[in-house]
Design a protein around this ligand. Structure first.
Ligand code: HEC
Ligand code: HEC
Ligand code: HEC
Ligand code: HEC
Ligand code: HEC
Ligand code: HEC
Ligand code: HEC
Ligand code: HEC
Length: 451
């Protein structure tokens, strides 16, 4: 008997608690604002801690941009008292500032790296010395677009130049701003100067307003730009042992681990960020993505970078957390040899085109005849892809989207060139005996250069 009355008591208690909770949820979920409007802020209940914020920006923006407030609530910034004002509140005469609606203060709607720099000086400085900064912007805008101060900064980046652009800038002009706004600019504005003179867009990798480490570290972040026929790093990674480890087991990795000294316990296999940016093994965290590279792989003909030996040590320090010395040395020797072979085929294509250029049998205008495209694809798509594929373990990209396509384009190019030479009454091309085999290409180029 006593047992039953207790149960009944328990049920009534549960019913009352349930009712109170429901009423509470309704009250919080539909608050009344000062003008007596019922406002649905149920969105914000989800984000822990933010509902009790008294920050006036947060309180009002809960109504107007609840999405932003919710993202911000998830961030380490919110947990560390970095406020909306820290990144947005500026003087009225600040470059890029706008008067805030219905208020007597000004804000910078597109908060710039100058704001981040107040607290993250090191990251901003490293970023500024990388090819993600001004070089990325110059790649389509040219150096004429730079102010004097930016010109100086650009020239102070050790690897600012050297990637020869071979007509890509002319694609920008041919297509025009209505198209390229959605194309070149989307990727290359990662390094565009802001009105206040600070450089680039940190939110290309740190999605606002969470600024989450997990998101920045995942390779999908890089695939916004490192994708497609001319730089398929994402596709290559996805078919590599490293990418397979990520795609099949990455859910369990320690994505939010404290930056600086990540270990193989946090990441049993590397992502793009691990190899190129994270503090891992003996290498320190860097926002200069060129800091660990030895070649200019994106160039038509790859050459060594300044201080490539130090860069190599930094990259190998990452590999060595998981692979042996011999394994890594052997891999680098093989990689260097592949670059040498791809360089040779691209040189051969240059030699073929030169015969037409010298005899004025091609127009000077870029991309106005099919032969321009064949010549360009050969290095810009297939040559690069083969090199990236080798260095990041994507066999299909080395072979079928790389070397095979190069051979195909060399054969086409030869036929196109010979046709034009013949039409002009000239001798056909002098070619390597075993064309297009790599051995005969290399010895042919050697003889040519010694002549
Ligand atoms: C009383 C309400 C209110 C307060 C307080 C408030 N905002 Fe706003 N804010 C708005 C509204 C409304 C908009 C316009 C939203 C829209 O266009 O959809 C806005 C727009 C903005 C914009 C974008 C401006 C643009 O031109 O794109 C920023 C940035 C901003 N607020 C930041 C802040 C910051 C920082 C604070 C605190 C210092 C703050 N707001 C305080 C209501 C408020
Ligand atoms: C850590 C710095 C930081 C903090 C904190 C921050 N923002 Fe932002 N916010 C940014 C950056 C960076 C951008 C995007 C700039 C760009 O795209 O170039 C941005 C964009 C915006 C925009 C305009 C773009 C859009 O999507 O409409 C608004 C409005 C805005 N923030 C409001 C807020 C509000 C409200 C808060 C506080 C709840 C806040 N921000 C907190 C850095 C910050
Ligand atoms: C007022 C100072 C301040 C400003 C301005 C600021 N941050 Fe932060 N940021 C911090 C603090 C504090 C942390 C937390 C550091 C920690 O956890 O060790 C942080 C953490 C971060 C993190 C790591 C997040 C994590 O989960 O640990 C990123 C990424 C970041 N900030 C990016 C930015 C960017 C991009 C900007 C500019 C748009 C910016 N911050 C502006 C103070 C600031
Ligand atoms: C999908 C993003 C994306 C688009 C769109 C894009 N690029 Fe790039 N571009 C890149 C990436 C990523 C690299 C770096 C390749 C590497 O190092 O592997 C690059 C490299 C370059 C380079 C060689 C590096 C240098 O600084 O000389 C030039 C030049 C260039 N792009 C110009 C352009 C032009 C011009 C357009 C438009 C006609 C364009 N890009 C469109 C992402 C893009
Ligand atoms: C190419 C993508 C990329 C860009 C662009 C980028 N970051 Fe990062 N950032 C990362 C990655 C990846 C990490 C995580 C590194 C790691 O694994 O520890 C990171 C980490 C950070 C951290 C936390 C690191 C620490 O050591 O505490 C801060 C702060 C930060 N970034 C600020 C910035 C600022 C400011 C900018 C703009 C100048 C910026 N980032 C631009 C990719 C990027
Ligand atoms: C918004 C587009 C964008 C995103 C996102 C992006 N990159 Fe890049 N990246 C570029 C462009 C553009 C270049 C070529 C810049 C140039 O040389 O002109 C580049 C170049 C590079 C280079 C070669 C640098 C050099 O010195 O030649 C590396 C390595 C790189 N990115 C790694 C990364 C990694 C890792 C991530 C993700 C954490 C990432 N990128 C995210 C656009 C992007
Ligand atoms: C296992 C480590 C590793 C991983 C994972 C990795 N890379 Fe690389 N990456 C390398 C190495 C090694 C090179 C060639 C370095 C050299 O030149 O010595 C390279 C080259 C590059 C380059 C060419 C730069 C140039 O010279 O043109 C870019 C861009 C790049 N990686 C981006 C990425 C992106 C984006 C991802 C993820 C989708 C990624 N990497 C994943 C190790 C890695
Ligand atoms: C955090 C650990 C880790 C790091 C760092 C790392 N790797 Fe790996 N690597 C792996 C794993 C795991 C595999 C997949 C092994 C398998 O296929 O059985 C792998 C596979 C490989 C393979 C293919 C091997 C095969 O037998 O198929 C190569 C090549 C390779 N890594 C090179 C590198 C290079 C070069 C670096 C540095 C730029 C590097 N790795 C950094 C863990 C790592």
């Amino acid at each position: 008997m006593r047992f039953f009355s207790r149960t009944r008591l328990l049920f009534s208690a549960m019913a009352i608690t349930g009712f109170v909770m429901l009423a509470g949820a309704l009250l919080v979920g539909f608050g009344l604002d000062e003008e007596g409007r019922l406002r649905p802020s149920s969105n914000v209940i989800l984000a822990q801690g933010i509902e009790s914020s008294t920050d006036e920006c947060v309180v009002c923006h809960t109504d107007h941009t609840p999405g932003i407030v919710n993202q911000y609530a998830e961030s380490d910034h919110f947990r560390n008292n970095v406020s909306c004002s820290s990144c947005h509140l500026v003087e009225g005469d600040y470059p890029g500032a706008v008067q805030h609606p219905d208020a007597d203060f000004s804000v910078l709607p597109l908060s710039s790296p100058a704001q981040c720099e107040e607290c993250h000086r090191e990251q901003v400085q490293q970023f500024n010395l990388s090819r993600h900064a001004l070089p990325a912007y110059v790649a389509y805008a040219g150096t004429d677009a730079l102010s004097e101060e930016h010109s100086e900064l650009y020239l102070s980046i050790p690897e600012h130049g050297n990637v020869d652009s071979r007509n890509r800038n002319s694609l920008h002009a041919l297509e025009g701003p209505d198209v390229t706004y959605f194309a070149c600019e989307t990727c290359h504005d990662v390094g565009k100067p802001a009105p206040d003179g600070s450089i680039g867009n940190c939110t290309d990798c740190h999605l606002r307003h969470e600024f989450s480490l997990e998101q920045a570290r995942k390779p999908e972040t890089c695939n916004a730009c490192h994708i497609g026929p001319d730089h398929p790093q994402w596709e290559i990674y996805s078919e590599s042992g490293h990418g397979i480890a990520y795609l099949t087991g990455g859910d369990d990795w320690n994505w939010e681990a404290e930056p600086g000294n990540l270990t193989t316990v946090d990441f049993p296999a590397p992502t793009c960020a691990t190899c190129h940016m994270s503090g891992f093994g003996l290498s320190a965290t860097t926002h200069d993505v060129g800091d660990r590279l030895t070649w200019y792989l994106a160039s038509a003909i790859s050459t060594r970078r300044p201080s490539w030996q130090e860069n190599k040590v930094r990259m190998q320090n990452v590999c060595l957390a998981c692979h042996s010395n011999n394994f890594v040395d052997n891999f680098y020797e093989r990689g260097d040899a592949l670059v040498d072979s791809i360089n040779a085929w691209v040189r051969l294509s240059d030699y073929m085109m030169q015969q037409l250029q010298e005899n004025e049998l091609v127009t000077a205008a870029p991309f106005d005849e099919p032969i321009d495209f064949t010549y360009f694809n050969l290095w810009h798509h297939w040559g690069r892809t083969a090199k990236f594929g080798a260095w990041m373990q994507g066999a299909d990209y080395v072979q079928w989207h790389g070397a095979y396509e190069i051979l195909h384009d060399l054969a086409e190019l030869r036929e196109m060139v010979d046709e034009r030479l013949e039409e002009a009454g000239l001798e056909p091309l002098e070619m390597p005996e075993g064309f297009p085999s790599i051995d005969s290409t290399k010895s042919f180029l050697e003889t040519m250069s010694s002549e």
